[in-house]
Design a protein around this ligand. Structure first.
Ligand SMILES: C[S@@+](CC[C@H](N)C(=O)[O-])C[C@H]1O[C@@H](n2cnc3c(N)ncnc32)[C@H](O)[C@@H]1O
Length: 276
């Protein structure tokens, strides 16, 4: 659901041909003198490169598709370096609460129905799971696709290429997709946007950009219902630590971490109790 709090424009200063194609694909206007930030703040979508290379050394894959919210640095998805790779190496592997919540089998097949910036999906793929990411915002899906393309280049370490080969992406509304396609998977994972009560300095740049772009997800209960009909083993819903459970069916168990709770809906147990 696109509810951006700022007008969105495509910045074609770098890679103008690709910018043109993206503007058509997403039906978003190209930045022009009349929609620059001078009069009112805009959220730009365009390419960025971190300046580590210059001149002829820069290839197309050095450019990352990024969002530029007003007054913030670029927000992009990167599976190769940075936070996601750090979390892969030092995030606790199978012992981390997120892993314990989804590992209903050795290597469950997972549908991440709220892919966002792909952080959780990358953790699942790092644990050896095949992951289908579903993201309904065409802009976020474009950021994810750009990161997948970059991560599949020859200069990406083999280990990461292998992890990324377990990730696939669908740009669709997950409720529609799960209902119409009835895909088979062990686990459906949901991490809907939770309404922010107040702006906290701790809210990360990526999450702030998502909040501006898509706002809170108000239809998560419908998505949970669709997920419960598709998952063979469990549905896992990520919630802020003290948030209420999603309305409707109650989870069978929860795993806590300092700021987060993972509610687990075990399909077999729910069916045995006549709740599904
Ligand atoms: C909190 S973010 C997910 C963050 C993600 N777990 C990560 O690690 O980056 C929620 C995302 O789910 C997407 N979303 C919410 N409901 C959806 C639905 N029904 N279908 C597809 N995407 C959905 C939103 O557009 C948003 O990008």
């Amino acid at each position: 659901m696109q509810t951006s709090s700022f007008p969105i424009v495509i910045d074609g200063q770098l890679l103008p041909d690709k910018a043109h194609a993206l503007a058509q694909q997403l039906n978003i206007p190209l930045m022009s003198p009349s929609n620059t930030e001078k009069d009112k703040p805009v959220m730009k979508l365009g390419w960025w490169q971190d300046g580590k290379k210059s001149g002829d050394d820069i290839g197309e894959t050095d450019y990352k598709l990024a969002l530029f919210p007003p007054n913030t640095g670029p927000v992009y998805v990167d599976f190769v370096t940075g936070k996601k790779n750090h979390r892969r190496q030092f995030g606790g592997g199978k012992g981390q609460p997120l892993a314990r919540a989804v590992l209903a089998a050795e290597h469950p097949t997972i549908i991440d129905a709220t892919a966002g910036m792909g952080g959780d999906a990358f953790v699942f793929a790092s644990l050896g799971c095949q992951v289908t990411m579903i993201e309904r915002s065409p802009i976020i899906a474009a950021l994810l696709q750009d990161a997948l393309n970059r991560a599949q280049q020859n200069d990406t370490p083999e280990e990461i290429q292998e992890i990324v080969s377990r990730l696939s992406l669908i740009n669709d509304d997950a409720t529609q997709y799960l209902t119409n396609q009835t895909p088979i998977c062990d686990v459906v994972y949901l991490d809907p946007m939770y309404p922010e009560k107040k702006k906290s300095a701790a809210t990360k740049k990526d999450m702030q950009a998502l909040q501006h772009l898509v706002g809170p997800d108000m239809d998560s209960e419908t998505l949970l219902k669709a997920a419960l009909h598709v998952a063979q083993k469990r549905v896992v819903v990520k919630r802020p630590k003290n948030a209420p459970t999603l309305v409707g069916i109650q989870p069978n168990a929860s795993i806590q971490s300092p700021n987060t709770r993972y509610d687990i809906y075990a399909i077999k147990a729910l069916k045995a109790a006549g709740k599904l």
